[in-house]
Ligand binder design. Structure first.
Ligand SMILES: O=C[C@H](O)[C@H](O)[C@H](O)COP(=O)(O)O
Length: 231
């Protein structure tokens, strides 16, 4: 699929999700190229319909900048109780609405916003929908102090870790100053088993397996249809 077509699909899914946003909501806004279209649409609704949110929290400085540029005031997660609705993208989503996230390295804040949200909606184009989680490296955010030990441990487990790099070859640092180890596994046959292992590995800050978190996924299909799947 070419880039323009994929952008059209992302935009279609984003527009549908923006229709779920209501006046007075505390809204969680994710990160990524699909969410960028969602924020565009929020801006349009604010301008043309006077959309008035109670509060907005977001998951990256990129989304924050875009929201603020459109006149939204962005709160910190610690300043709210919970979001009414959070809309985010995903890198892969399976039939149970479990997913892989973190392609943009925003997984830690994304998961924290998501678990503190009454409802989570993901917006994706069809290419990201899979039967079983596969086809995308699994991001794991690790503390710099023990990242080499973590890498060796993951290698021993056959998880093929690779540090995520910047264009100049240096290690990418997350918003929190940590590194990302991308696990290049063909597929994740038992997501809950791997999530449990990562949850209990010292030095792992967070990982990109988002299990039992998404309530609804909005899929923009190649043929122009929009499909909504609910948990
Ligand atoms: O860290 C980034 C996030 O998990 C994104 O939501 C995810 O990578 C999807 O991004 P995009 O919409 O650009 O494909």
């Amino acid at each position: 699929m070419d880039r323009q077509k994929q952008d059209e699909l992302k935009q279609a899914a984003a527009k549908q999700a923006a229709g779920l946003v209501e006046d007075g909501m505390i809204l969680g806004v994710g990160t990524g190229s699909t969410v960028k279209f969602f924020i565009d649409e929020l801006g349009r609704r604010k301008e043309e319909e006077g959309l008035a949110l109670k509060a907005v929290v977001t998951t990256s400085s990129r989304s924050r900048k875009q929201l603020e540029g459109l006149g939204f005031t962005v709160s910190e997660l610690a300043d709210i109780d919970q979001a009414d609705l959070t809309v985010d993208g995903a890198d892969r989503v399976d039939k149970q609405l479990n997913g892989i996230k973190g392609g943009g390295a925003a997984l830690t804040l994304e998961k924290n916003v998501a678990v503190n949200s009454k409802k989570n909606v993901w917006i994706v184009d069809e290419s990201k929908v899979v039967d079983h989680l596969s086809g995308f490296p699994l991001p794991v955010e690790v503390l710099p102090i023990s990242c080499e030990q973590n890498k060796r441990r993951f290698e021993a487990e056959g998880l093929n870790p690779q540090f995520r790099l910047n264009a100049d070859g240096s290690r990418l640092k997350t918003h929190y100053g940590n590194y990302i180890l991308d696990l290049h596994v063909d597929s994740v046959p038992v997501p809950s088993g791997l999530a449990d292992y990562l949850d209990h590995t010292v030095g792992v800050v967070e990982h990109g397996l988002f299990l039992d978190i998404c309530d609804e996924v909005i899929i923009a299909r190649d043929n122009g249809e929009i499909e909504t799947r609910c948990r």
